[in-house]
Design a protein around this ligand. Structure first.
Ligand code: NAP
Length: 299
């Protein structure tokens, strides 16, 4: 339980509602900042503006997945008021307080370093990335279905990268009956893909491996689907690039060649916000409880 723990939420989208729900169920004292247009209420949660006073005594501050922008602005779909996180806002936080976000831009990292506040970037964690790979793969399949006129079953799919997202993507495609090739760069990934009944190849040979691809899913966060690779694809192929912006595809050349190429960031929040929120809620509540237990044992 989180009885006696103060948790402040600053902004967010539908995902954050799941986290708020979980925190109130765990009996935390919840302050909502940037939720004035919220159409539902949470028992015991109070609303405040973004000031140092509102954050005074907070043990945990929860920001949206995207944290802040480069000027400290925090997005919230539940308010029309601007929310800007400044050094002054954080001045009242206790020394043990932590800020939780999906990922942090330099602005937020610098702010936390300046104030010596712990910063937890949830998307860096393997558990969050692996859980998130489930709605990501489902969202990628949705896009594949929308942009092709054939079944996934029997299709020739290439997945680039065999990390947390790539492995789930490959397995999901395989389970639907696709013929799946996986581009890897490590021998142990090659061996694992082989063991799973996939067709592994090394990404250095990518250009030679795409001649009969119907679908290409990229999870490598650097330019890998180059003009030369796109030139080797059949014209019917569809590229779905899951890697973080700007993706790993030469989109300019794909358009020139008439190949459909889609950059698809943030799929968990788009296709399954409730699930994505539950994933964050479960991990964050566990982390806050662990912190609370550590503080309790050192007091
Ligand atoms: P990950 O676990 O680090 O996997 C990345 C994979 O790419 C690893 O297999 C890595 O190989 C490989 N790789 C990296 N650079 C490479 C290169 N130059 N050549 C060949 N292979 C290379 O990361 P992840 O969690 O799967 O995430 C992958 C990307 O998807 C990230 O950009 C992430 O932000 C994004 N993502 C997007 C969504 C969405 O909704 N679209 C959702 C989740 C994640 P090694 O192991 O050898 O390094």
């Amino acid at each position: 339980m989180l009885t006696g723990t103060q948790v402040a939420f600053i902004g967010g989208d539908a995902r954050q509602l799941e986290v708020i729900q979980r925190m109130t169920e765990l009996d935390a004292t919840v302050t909502l900042i940037g939720f004035d247009n919220l159409g539902q209420s949470f028992t015991g949660a109070s609303h405040a503006d973004l000031t140092g006073e509102a954050l005074a005594g907070a043990d945990a501050v929860l920001l949206p997945i995207a944290g802040t922008d480069d000027e400290g602005n925090v997005e919230s779909i539940f308010t029309s008021k601007p929310l800007r996180l400044t050094s002054e806002c954080l001045a009242t936080l206790p020394r043990h307080a932590k800020i939780y976000t999906g990922f942090a831009k330099p602005y937020l990292r610098n702010l936390c370093a300046e104030r010596q506040i712990g910063l937890v970037e949830l998307l860096d964690r393997d558990d969050v990335a692996i859980y998130n790979s489930i709605p990501t793969a489902e969202g990628a399949l949705m896009l594949a279905m929308q942009h092709t006129d054939t079944t996934i079953h029997g299709t020739r799919a290439v997945v680039l990268g065999f990390g947390r997202t790539g492995m789930t993507m490959a397995r999901t495609l395989q389970s639907l009956g696709a013929r799946v090739s996986v581009g890897v760069r490590r021998p142990e990934h090659f061996a694992r893909a082989y063991e799973m009944g996939l067709n592994p190849f090394y990404t250095k040979d990518l250009q030679e491996k795409v001649a009969d691809a119907d679908l290409l899913f990229n999870t490598v966060p650097s330019l890998i689907v180059t003009a030369a690779v796109i030139a080797a694809l059949p014209s019917r192929a569809v590229i779905i690039d899951l890697a973080s912006k700007p993706g790993g595809t030469d989109f300019r050349y794909a358009e020139r060649r008439g190949i459909k190429a889609i950059l698809a960031p943030g799929l968990p929040g788009i296709v399954a916000p409730k699930t994505a929120g539950k994933i964050i809620a479960s991990v964050v509540s566990q982390l806050i409880m662990e912190d609370q237990a550590k503080r309790g044992s050192s007091e």
